[in-house]
Design a protein around this ligand. Structure first.
Ligand code: F6R
Length: 371
């Protein structure tokens, strides 16, 4: 049921304040006077100590689910102190890469049925790792075959392009970071700030959804382009990859997410006055580096569209020369949840304006159950 919306993708983008609320329901505790704010993940209760003590945490997934894990990686590393590595499921299986008994392998999958991810799970089980599932489908193969897990609770997602599951996955993994780091006094203030940020997040997402018309206007401007680059770094490297994935899979426009730190190592050669480039430059520890990326792109006459924190337009856009999309600020590790939304809206509007099927893109299936 699409309700008042024309497409499932549009409905699912706009229902993110609610899906995020459902994802967090019953899992965040304000705490009484003696016990501070905490996170409760029922499905992991018996295993959290083992995860904390593991030698390494390996995230495994495909497509958007991989990108969600990439967005959460920095906060998991920061709060757990455990090294985190990333694996695209098919690549891990192709390489028969090393997985050890002392590893925690976390499988991220909206459907819980993706063949590549399932194969990687079987491989990790054979190698004796503790296997954790993060899925949106109760009773799915990945939910059943993992040792423990966290349900995403984002509600059924029908559009082939994953939108609300992505933001809920990031929130689930931020809560996982909080749960793993729960015993460290040194990071208590940081953890409480993130928990406050989580409580506030649905309101901030509602605010950023008001950019709908602005993103439609931008889509009109970009409708006939051949290609679109998206630059991000730090927490928002994932935003660049995921934004580009959304644009290419539904609007059928070539798009590439680029780690801004790699700009000088090749991509800079593409920059001219025609190719549109989105730069994610919201406030966090990488902000000044992104400002200098913008200056360098600007010096090469790049056609820039900058996603920045509210009020920062003048400081990110030299001489008013670029288009600016202002988003509300949240805790740095939650910023990818907010920042992806204008790009989801852009992908949606580009597709509708270009006349393609937004809910069922050419050649794609919602659940990829073959290799
Ligand atoms: C992109 C998309 C795909 C899936 C990928 C993994 O919008 O939906 O990239 O994310 O096929 O699917 P799940 O998460 O079901 O394992």
């Amino acid at each position: 049921n699409k309700g008042n919306y024309e497409h499932y993708m549009q409905k699912e983008i706009h229902e993110q304040p609610e899906s995020l609320t459902t994802t967090m329901r019953g899992r965040l505790k304000h705490g009484g006077s003696c016990k501070g704010k905490t996170v409760l993940l029922g499905g992991l209760k018996e295993h959290i100590k083992t995860i904390r003590q593991s030698r390494r945490i390996v995230f495994i997934g495909c497509g958007t689910s991989y990108n969600a894990a990439l967005a959460a990686r920095p906060i998991i590393e920061e709060l757990s102190g455990v090294p985190v590595t990333m694996e695209i499921a098919s690549d891990l299986v192709d390489r028969q890469g090393p997985i050890y008994r002392e590893d925690t392998a976390v499988f991220v999958s909206q459907s819980g049925e993706t063949a590549d991810t399932l194969l990687a799970l079987e491989y990790a089980l054979e190698n004796g790792a503790l296997c954790v599932g993060i899925t949106n489908t109760v009773g799915s193969a990945i939910a059943r075959k993992t040792h423990c897990g966290i349900h995403i609770n984002a509600g059924c997602e029908i559009g082939v392009a994953s939108t609300k599951a992505y933001t809920s996955q990031i929130v689930v993994m931020a809560m996982l970071a909080l749960a793993i780091g729960d015993d460290a006094i040194s990071s208590q203030a940081r953890r409480e700030a993130i928990i406050d940020g989580l409580f506030d997040l649905p309101y901030k997402v509602r605010e950023v959804l008001k950019l709908d018309q602005e993103m439609k206007d931008l889509a009109k401007l970009l409708i006939s382009e051949q290609s679109l680059l998206v630059f991000g770094r730090g927490y928002n490297f994932a935003t660049a990859l995921e934004g580009a994935l959304k644009v290419k899979e539904v609007s059928l426009m070539h798009s590439e997410g680029i780690l801004a730190g790699e700009m000088k190592h090749g991509p800079l050669a593409l920059v001219d006055e025609n190719l549109p480039i989105i730069v994610i430059a919201t406030r966090d520890a990488c902000f000044s580096k992104q400002q200098s990326v913008i200056q360098q792109l600007h010096a090469r006459k790049g056609r820039l569209i900058v996603v920045c924190t509210k009020g920062d337009a003048a400081s990110v856009c030299p001489g008013g020369s670029c288009r600016v999309i202002e988003v509300p600020q949240v805790e740095d590790c939650l910023q990818p949840v907010v920042n992806i939304i204008p790009l989801q809206l852009l992908a949606y509007h580009l597709t509708v304006l270009r006349g393609y099927n937004v809910d069922q893109p050419r050649n794609l299936a919602k659940s990829v159950t073959t290799q």
